[in-house]
Ligand binder design. Structure first.
Ligand SMILES: N[C@@H](CCC(=O)N[C@@H](CS)C(=O)NCC(=O)O)C(=O)O
Length: 95
């Protein structure tokens, strides 16, 4: 079964790597879908997100589809980051 998070990305794309770093920091499983290098050939991501630029994240946990690396990083932090775990009562390991 595939992971509920899909990341549309491109090899050596620094914007995509920012998102990958955050997903890995939080230990989130995700599926990478590499898009065509040629912008005009990226019909798959265009269909999914309405844009041809990557990164794009599709999160089936929340129903969110989002482009723009800064927005995606912020989304991951807000959804899966430490403050989210605190408000959900996840133990911090100090006891
Ligand atoms: N502002 C965007 C820039 C992303 C971007 O430039 N991605 C490149 C690949 S590294 C791309 O897909 N360029 C084609 C386009 O922008 O349409 C972000 O931060 O996500």
């Amino acid at each position: 079964m595939s992971a509920p998070i899909t990341l549309y990305r491109l090899q050596a794309c620094p914007f995509c790597e920012r998102v990958v770093a955050r997903l890995e920091e939080y230990g989130l499983e995700y599926t990478s879908r590499y898009v065509e290098p040629m912008h005009s050939d990226r019909d798959v991501v265009k269909r999914v997100a309405g844009v041809r630029s990557v990164p794009v994240i599709v999160d089936e946990n929340t129903g969110v589809t989002m482009a723009e690396s800064a927005n995606v990083v912020e989304y991951i932090e807000n959804t899966y980051g430490a403050s989210q775990n605190e408000s959900a009562g996840v133990a911090g390991g100090d006891d």
